[in-house]
Design a protein. Structure first.
Length: 185
């Protein structure tokens, strides 16, 4: 009986493996794993490429916090239909907190905010970005030159589209885990 239980478990585990592999996001061929983020959300995987060429300090902060597990289980606390989904408050989860690190100086660029652009959230001061970021649902050109672009979604935008809306969101979707692709197993 014990052997049949072990065999049944092995068969069940083997059958479960392909389903897990199918949900793992595939990186684009030209993506640098050191500057690519794999974010598992409650709606599915989202992959974005960091723009370390235009926002090196912000890209490094995102990677640092991802490697520390700061973003794991953090809610999308502010999601405005037609605009953006904001997350990254690993301190309080409601948009009022930040990491233990100092705020970052703005790294504005001429890269436009369009569908799937990842930008750093900030307070009124341009130099107040810390850990929070947002992903735009569509054109948000009114943000151009006023917020730091840190990346672009390359896979899973359909999962961002499914994130529950609200300001604040009731029973929000979350980042289940967030990793630098080079560190993902």
């Amino acid at each position: 009986m014990f052997r049949s239980l072990i065999a049944a478990f092995a068969i069940t585990a083997a059958l479960a493996l392909p389903a897990v592999a199918q949900t793992a996001p595939k990186l684009p061929a030209n993506a640098d794993p050191q500057n690519t983020i794999i974010m598992q959300t409650t709606k599915g995987p989202v992959v974005f490429v960091l723009r370390s060429d235009i926002a090196p300090k912000h890209a490094e902060r995102i990677k640092q916090l991802a490697r520390e597990g700061y973003y794991d289980n953090v809610p999308f606390h502010r999601v405005i239909d037609g605009f953006m989904a904001q997350t990254g408050d690993g301190q309080y989860g409601n948009g009022t907190g930040g990491s233990r690190y100092p705020d970052l100086p703005a790294e504005f660029s001429n890269v436009p905010f369009k569908r799937g652009t990842v930008g750093m959230a900030r307070a009124q001061s341009p130099n107040s970005a810390n850990s929070q970021f947002f992903i735009t649902f569509g054109d948000a050109s009114f943000l151009n030159g006023q917020y730091t672009v840190i990346g672009q979604v390359v896979s899973g935008m359909e999962n961002v589209d499914k994130i529950k809306r609200g300001e604040p969101v009731q029973n929000p979707d979350k980042i289940v885990s967030m990793k630098v692709a080079a560190d993902a197993k």
